[in-house]
Design a binder for this molecule. Structure first.
Ligand SMILES: Cc1cc2nc3c(=O)[nH]c(=O)nc-3n(C[C@H](O)[C@H](O)[C@H](O)COP(=O)(O)OP(=O)(O)OC[C@H]3O[C@@H](n4cnc5c(N)ncnc54)[C@H](O)[C@@H]3O)c2cc1C
Length: 326
């Protein structure tokens, strides 16, 4: 019987494992992909927007070549942290269900069955990429994730979206010689409020330069009508229909957490800043179901710092309760 089963080995799950180990808890992390899977899926070579103090488990640990780390430096730091601290993480194993039994939780994965007194959902919010729900979205040229530019050099690329991921994809593609169009709502393009998930200013500025130099086109979107093998039919903000010749489409309009398992346990949810989130205590991160905890992107914390900090107050609280009940 585990004290704590942690679902997900992103920054929140790794931090929880580290804190659990420090407190002497019997814990296990189960990760469906790789250590730091969400970061692994960032675009190749991306420089992240956070500074090192917002990304590290111990102050001064992360030492990038420039001011901010690249995807590769960050991923390498997280992997080394797991290995050097000998954290118990099983990768490429997916949690399928969590059920409440009389005295414990039964956790079922695609590889085994586990019993735990407590469960932490640190599953992130990347499970359900949002879709346009238009005809042609299932064509193989349509991607819901942007990984790298090189396959698209000299190709006609359309990026649909209004946030930083769409902005970065458009910038990288335009800079590396793809014939790039960003289809975006005017309100998103003109939004400069960082709290509302707009394109960050250090992405927007070079995008504007690419526009000036004619390496990038902007299409102020009304709606996407249909994606076809060689073109995309769209309606502009003024209602004009356009058929844009096209080789590849990136639909980068956000993603949502999978709340099915946690809701099945009876955990209450609410409408958070950018979608539905579980209801939880701000200090203990416990939900209304005793023994069910949440952390990171799965909650209202959208950034890595919040994901790393949550277990620092959660785990000591859990340790105290486990000691009392022992
Ligand atoms: C391109 C990009 C750039 C970003 N840059 C920054 C930045 O500079 N700074 C910043 O603070 N934030 C940044 N973010 C956001 C950041 O990635 C998240 O805040 C962070 O990953 C949240 O950590 P987490 O541990 O909560 O979730 P995640 O890192 O998403 O980890 C959740 C883990 O759970 C696993 N999982 C899910 N379901 C299951 C299951 N059923 N069974 C087992 N495992 C499961 C997933 O595979 C995943 O590894 C960026 C995001 C993107 C997409």
């Amino acid at each position: 019987m585990l004290d704590l089963l942690i679902i997900g080995a992103g920054p929140a799950g790794i931090s929880a494992a580290f804190e659990a180990k420090k407190e002497g808890l019997d814990y296990l992390v189960i990760e469906k992909g790789l250590i730091g899977n969400t970061i692994y899926n960032y675009p190749v070579g991306l420089t992240v927007f956070s500074t090192t103090n917002e990304l590290e488990f111990n102050a001064g640990d992360l030492d990038p070549a420039r001011e901010k780390p690249t995807r590769e430096e960050l991923l390498s730091y997280y992997v080394r942290f797991v290995l050097e601290n000998d954290l118990t993480i099983q990768t490429e194993e997916s949690v399928r269900s969590v059920t409440k039994e009389a005295e414990h939780f039964a956790v079922s994965t695609d590889k085994g069955e586990y019993r735990a007194k407590n469960v932490l959902f640190a599953m992130g919010a990347m499970d359900h990429p949002r879709r346009l729900n238009v005809p042609g979205e299932d064509l193989s040229k349509v991607h819901l994730l942007f990984r790298e530019t090189y396959p698209w050099v000299k190709k006609r690329a359309l990026i649909i979206g209004g946030g930083n991921s769409a902005g970065e994809a458009a910038l990288f593609l335009a800079q590396e010689g793809a014939d790039t169009t960003l289809a975006i709502f005017r309100s998103d393009w003109e939004n400069n409020d960082p709290k509302q998930g707009c394109i960050k200013y250090w992405v927007k500025k070079p995008l504007e330069n690419e526009l000036k130099e004619n390496c990038l086109k902007i299409f102020f979107l009304g709606r996407v009508v249909e994606i076809r093998e060689n073109e995309v039919e769209m309606e502009s903000e003024s209602g004009e229909r356009v058929n844009l010749p096209n080789d590849v489409v990136f639909v980068l309009i956000g993603s949502d957490a999978d709340l099915t398992m946690i809701k099945g346990l009876g955990v209450e949810t609410t409408q958070g800043k950018s979608g539905e989130v579980p209801v939880y205590d701000d200090e203990t991160f416990e939900t209304n179901v005793p023994g069910v905890f949440v952390a990171g992107h799965f909650t209202n914390h959208r950034h890595i710092k919040g994901a790393i900090d949550a277990p620092k107050s959660m785990i000591p609280h859990l340790k105290k309760r486990l000691s009392k009940n022992a």
